[in-house]
Design a protein around this ligand. Structure first.
Ligand SMILES: [Mg+2]
Length: 404
């Protein structure tokens, strides 16, 4: 079997995301209805095609996928890890690949697994060593008790409260009270650049009282030493890793045991086998895996299910349950949360295919966040000032804690 071509298919819907902290009102689950997805198809001379998805700046990832394509033409798509290393070496001169390179490798490698599974008539989880489970529990996003109850009505047993500004401890406590002790609550601070280790520790100590499953990205991912200080000072499980790519990107989180949960993003971690290797490294440190999926499309969700089915240390899969309804229209079959879980696919390969006509109805324009009309000149008192520059002023407004 030989690879004959690689196609890319971009999709964009909804408003572009706005700058964090810009003060623009967003829905309770925070995504603003915006979705930017890159899907690919790898074609072969035997009529089998594989599908993949790459995140991490989809329009740029598309260019990287197209740049890689000539290294794939004529190759046997079943030599998955060898081809991954061929591509990796092929772009070595560009420096560390980051999430853009990780997105391109993820999309291509995912499609190769799909081809191999289809050729053998087996689901990908079967090729990864078989499965531990046939359903993967998901967790959803909620900032209010009402939204948390809507998730619970779907049987969902995990609720994440996310913040792009201050971590509002009262809001976390309200959700915790609403869901009761049998449902897990997580808090995502989104790795804000304005949060020092000292302030993240203050927030973490407040969270100690609320029995949360994990405190995610308490400090900027660029600052692992700050994460280590939070780790040493706070008795709350920590989670991180959604913004790094490849086994080497995740390595310090695991080797230094900076977190209890790693969160590789299935669309940019580097591929299914990279995630499988991360999971094995994490297993040796008694760390669990909860893939990031806040903004991913449905193909990456399928890939995450195969990985999670096959590893012993799978925790939960993130899922934005109430996002764009078209999520169910651009692929077949569509995933549906049933009793708080997604079923592990049984069909050969990934078990999903693209509906190209539907994807083509939503052309992509650009993929960077919009800035508000009042300017992002980093002027004193503006939203822009607070997250990124004069972060230490008005500190009390960004350390919102339980009222005494
Ligand atoms: Mg996150």
């Amino acid at each position: 079997m030989k690879i004959t071509g690689v196609e890319t298919h971009l999709l964009q819907v909804g408003a572009r995301p706005v700058m964090p902290g810009a003060g623009t009102s967003r829905p309770a689950d925070g995504h603003g209805g915006s979705r930017n997805w890159l899907f690919i198809r790898v074609l072969t001379d035997e009529g089998i095609h594989g599908v993949g998805e790459g995140s991490g700046w989809p329009r740029v990832v598309r260019a990287a996928v197209e740049d890689y394509a000539h290294l794939l033409i004529g190759e046997d798509p079943r030599d998955i890890d060898r081809l991954w290393h061929k591509l990796y070496l092929g772009s070595m001169g560009h420096g560390l690949l980051g999430t853009v390179g990780g997105g391109a490798l993820s999309a291509i490698e995912m499609a190769l697994w799909d081809i191999k599974g289809k050729a053998l008539g087996l689901p990908v989880w079967q090729l990864l060593g078989g499965r531990f489970r046939d359903r993967i529990p998901v967790y959803g996003h909620a900032k209010t008790p009402e939204r948390a109850r809507a998730l619970m009505a779907l049987g969902i047993r995990g609720v994440k409260v996310g913040f792009t500004g201050a971590v509002d401890i009262d809001a976390v406590a309200a959700v915790r009270d609403a869901v009761g002790p049998d449902v897990d609550v997580m808090v995502d601070a989104h790795g804000p650049s304005w949060m020092t280790a000292q302030d993240a520790i203050l927030v973490g100590r407040e969270l100690e009282q609320l029995d949360i499953l994990f405190y995610e990205d308490p400090v900027a991912p660029e600052n692992l030493d700050a994460l280590a200080r939070v780790r040493d000072a706070v008795r709350v499980p920590l989670a991180a890793g959604e913004r790094v790519a490849t086994l080497w990107g995740m390595r310090p989180y695991i080797e230094r045991e900076l977190v209890d949960v790693i969160q590789p993003d299935t669309g940019r971690a580097g591929g299914i086998l990279q995630m499988r290797k991360m999971a094995a490294m994490a297993e040796a440190h008694f760390i669990t895996v909860a893939p990031h999926s806040g903004s991913l499309g449905p193909v990456a969700e399928f890939a995450a299910l195969h990985v999670m089915a096959s590893i012993p240390n799978a925790l939960m899969l993130e899922r934005v349950e109430f996002d764009w309804p078209g999520r169910a229209e651009v692929v077949a079959p569509a995933l549906r949360t049933v009793d708080g879980s997604l079923p592990v696919p049984d069909a050969p390969g990934l078990g999903v295919d693209l509906i190209l006509e539907e994807i083509a109805r939503h052309p992509s324009v650009r993929n960077v966040a919009d800035f508000p009309d009042d300017g992002m000149a980093f002027e004193p008192g503006t939203a822009a000032e607070h997250p990124y520059v004069q972060t230490r002023l008005s500190r009390a407004t960004r350390l919102r804690r339980t009222q005494p």
